[in-house]
Design a protein around this ligand. Structure first.
Ligand SMILES: C[S@@+](CC[C@H](N)C(=O)[O-])C[C@H]1O[C@@H](n2cnc3c(N)ncnc32)[C@H](O)[C@@H]1O
Length: 307
């Protein structure tokens, strides 16, 4: 019997969004430990599911977990920005009826100290794909001052990013996340609710895994694919990601594609790709927040493509 290391967030709401999909293909871009994947397969007995993850330990775990559904599930390893393109080339686009992305790290990645995601980790790693070339060690110990400032400003939104970057560059090398977060405590914004180094760790993680670039690339691919009747559900855990999804969905909904600065509309005003189904993002209900505190920052937005 496998112990399930990750509770899927907003699982009722995800199932609700996909409940009318009776056949065809659903793509789960972030299979992780197969939580959403197995629930969707169970609730939608005639669909086929293609699941992606870049983390070999997630692939190994979910391959076992999803064994009962093996006739209806295909598992692919890699970054979803690349793998989604391969899937859309390989399968009939008209069959793709749903796409789910639950972006971010899994509980197991966070909890396993040797992966380097935790403040108390004894190493500097943070790679979701353990074979990827860029690790937190390179970002912290090899990036130039200029590059470090960019990461801390863009992904951590840290007000004193210049001071923090200079401190890191003057005092490196660092060998562990613990050593780094302890050394920088005095420069971090103080708050009772979160660990002082939260924003720093988050910024490094986003850089290491190119998290915003991956999301943008996934949305780019979806945008140019001629889906007929497909639901896109994106769960994010960070305001920068949520903003990307919100803005992209608004763009997809708009009839007019003329640039904002154009003096008048010259397009056909018939360019909408479909509808935003979530005016406000869907967030966890009280009972889920109680059972799974990690759901507190989850936000799901859903778009229905119907061109
Ligand atoms: C929040 S967890 C997903 C959990 C999953 N929905 C479940 O219920 O078990 C995110 C997973 O997505 C994977 N992931 C994140 N970004 C990815 C990317 N760009 N390409 C492929 N996998 C990615 C991570 O390795 C992690 O296993």
């Amino acid at each position: 019997m496998q112990t399930i290391p990750h509770i899927p967030v907003l699982y009722r709401e995800v199932l609700e969004q996909f409940k009318d999909i009776k056949n065809g293909i659903i793509i789960d871009c972030t299979m992780g430990y197969g939580g959403h994947t197995s629930l969707i397969l169970e609730a939608n007995p005639d669909i086929k599911l293609i699941a992606i993850d870049q983390d070999q330990s997630a692939i190994d775990f979910s391959t076992k977990r999803l064994e009962p559904y093996k006739d209806r599930v295909v598992i692919k390893k890699g970054r979803f920005s690349t793998v989604i393109k391969e899937i859309l080339n390989e399968y009939d686009i008209n069959d793709v009826r749903g796409i789910l992305a639950d972006i971010g790290v899994s509980s197991l990645q966070l909890d396993k100290k040797e992966r380097g995601f935790s403040f108390s980790s004894e190493n500097l790693d943070m790679r979701m794909d353990e074979e990827a070339p860029l690790s937190a060690n390179i970002v912290i110990n090899e990036y130039s001052l200029h590059e470090l400032k960019r990461v801390l400003l863009e992904y951590g939104e840290l007000r004193n990013y210049k001071k923090i970057a200079s401190f890191i560059v003057s005092n490196r090398p660092y060998y562990s996340a613990k050593e780094l977060s302890d050394a920088l405590k005095h420069l971090m914004p103080s708050g009772k609710k979160i660990h002082p180094a939260t924003l720093l760790m988050q910024a490094i993680r986003i850089e290491v895994n190119n998290e915003l670039g991956e999301l943008e690339s996934l949305l780019d691919t979806i945008e140019v694919t001629k889906f007929v009747d497909t639901k896109i559900a994106i769960i994010s855990f960070h305001s920068l990601e949520d903003r990307i999804v919100k803005n992209r969905f608004a763009k997809w909904k708009a009839d007019c594609i003329c640039p904002d600065e154009a003096p008048r509309c010259t397009c056909s005003k018939d360019n909408s790709l479909g509808n935003v189904l979530t005016k406000k993002p869907i967030i966890a209900q009280m009972d889920e927040l109680k059972d799974n505190p990690r759901s507190r920052s989850a936000k799901m937005r859903v778009f229905e493509m119907d061109r």
